[in-house]
Design a protein around this ligand. Sequence first.
Ligand SMILES: [Zn+2]
Ligand SMILES: [Zn+2]
Length: 109
Amino acid sequence: MAETTQPTCTPTGVLPLPLPALGMLSDAHRRGARCAWCSAQLTADEAVDAGERPAEDGGHLFPRGCRRCAGVAAYRLLQQHAPACDVCKVSAACPTAVAAVRLIREGGL
Ligand SMILES: [Zn+2]
Ligand SMILES: [Zn+2]
């Protein structure tokens, strides 16, 4: 029997959601002022953290999205994640899957 201790999930609960191509993202997208997917102006209230990540220029991206787009992205992430995740295969308590399902619900999908 195989022990699986692969750290596939971040402990912060923030999912690094799949983004559009980085070249498509403006400054406002990169600092989270606008939705990374649909470019809607975001208020602190509705913004969903899409996961900080390194930028191609050595800086950092702080992408955010509106609830609906983040829900769609989380759905896509879950579709890719679940078949490849050893935790999801044996349990419904995978933190990545739990976080994705929460975002999908919040997006009203
Ligand atoms: Zn959006
Ligand atoms: Zn998983």
